[in-house]
Ligand binder design. Structure first.
Ligand code: FPP
Length: 328
């Protein structure tokens, strides 16, 4: 399933920062409004550990995690964050977790949607999904569709839930759809796929053709990826789209994460220097003009990197060697 098309200019959405809590507001005031990210994506992790630490069953961790989802969504909508994407259920979760946990997560998702559509509308949040959602149980798909239709007219934050999502399978699906398009075109034109490839179809395939075939075709790439619970990995999430995203890992477990922590992550993001493979602001044309000759640079580096021998320790080493030699 794909995310819906972009909304009109988000600056026209009324500012609701006055609805932030006092703590949130104090961080929000430190933010540079011109540098609010367009898209934040979150790997929500640590529900099980949160429950385990309290000797509770895992499902209670997921239930508390669903509350965090709503806190974060509402803060995102108050600061006019245009796109928020949450990794709610991976393909691997579906295949590798016990059936009882999978069916609990499906029930939780449905009750979350049913229970929060009104709040989504109150907060002007539009709901969307990415992933192989057609493989989810039919009643879950029906509720998902109902929630996205019920919020389709909203113009604030687009909340995208990644469900039965895996980034590698998203790329497989993109390649399949490109090949299907090519075959259809050959059929329509009454020629072969080989003819189309020979006539330039191969050369015209580029990064933007692939990006357009992904589930996220109509969304900007994430500026910031947040992962909770301290794990330093991407876990098959938006692999293509996060090529230049900033990554923020927090030890906080997902059920303890809320809007305040979202704002803290955005604050940290605003202090990063994004380079997109370039040189950023710390390397200027002036640096290029002031290049020193290579031999001088080499001499300077040598002086810094190779420690000068300490004459005393040199003497000691020689003495040790002499002792060894005379023992023979
Ligand atoms: C990881 O916790 C979290 C998930 C399996 C997915 C996130 C699910 C939720 C936040 C619950 C509800 C979501 C919605 C949208 C209603 P984990 O079980 O992997 O934690 P662990 O690594 O500590 O075991």
């Amino acid at each position: 399933m794909r995310a819906p098309t972009p909304l009109s200019d988000s600056s026209r959405v009324p500012n609701r920062s006055h609805e932030l809590s006092a703590d949130e507001l104090s961080i929000y005031r430190q933010l540079d409004q011109a540098k609010i990210p367009q898209h934040v994506a979150i790997i929500m992790d640590g529900n099980g550990r949160w429950a385990g630490k309290r000797a509770l069953k895992r499902f209670l961790g997921h239930q508390k995690g669903a509350e965090s989802v709503q806190f974060v969504v509402e803060t995102a909508s108050r600061i006019n964050l245009p796109w928020l994407t949450l990794y709610a259920f991976s393909l691997e979760n579906n295949l590798r977790r016990p059936k009882s946990e999978v069916s609990f997560l499906m029930k939780l998702l449905r009750s979350y949607l049913v229970g929060n559509v009104k709040r989504m509308n109150d907060n002007n949040v539009r709901m969307a999904y990415i992933g192989r959602t057609h493989d989810l149980p039919q009643e879950v798909q029906d509720t998902m569709q109902w929630a996205s239709e019920s919020t389709a007219k909203n113009t604030g934050t687009t909340l995208t839930l990644a469900l039965n999502y895996g980034a590698r399978s998203e790329i497989v699906d993109a390649v399949r759809s490109l090949l299907t398009d090519l075959t259809t075109e050959a059929h329509t034109r009454g020629c072969s796929v080989d003819d189309l490839l020979g006539a330039g179809a191969l050369e015209s395939l580029d990064e933007s053709s692939i990006a357009r075939a992904l589930y996220t075709a109509h969304m900007p790439d994430p500026d910031l990826v947040i992962r909770t619970s301290g794990e330093q990995r991407i876990s098959n999430f938006l692999l293509w789209q996060i090529a230049y995203s900033e990554i923020f890992v927090t030890d906080r477990l997902w059920p303890d994460f809320n809007g305040l922590h979202l704002l803290e992550a955005i604050n940290a993001y605003q202090h990063r220097e994004r380079r997109f493979g370039g040189l950023g602001e710390s390397f200027t044309d002036e640096d290029l003009n002031n290049l020193e000759p290579a031999e001088e640079v080499a001499a300077e580096i040598k002086d810094h990197l190779i420690p000068k021998p300490d004459p005393k320790s040199e003497l000691k080493t020689e003495a040790k060697a002499d002792a060894l030699l005379t023992r023979r």
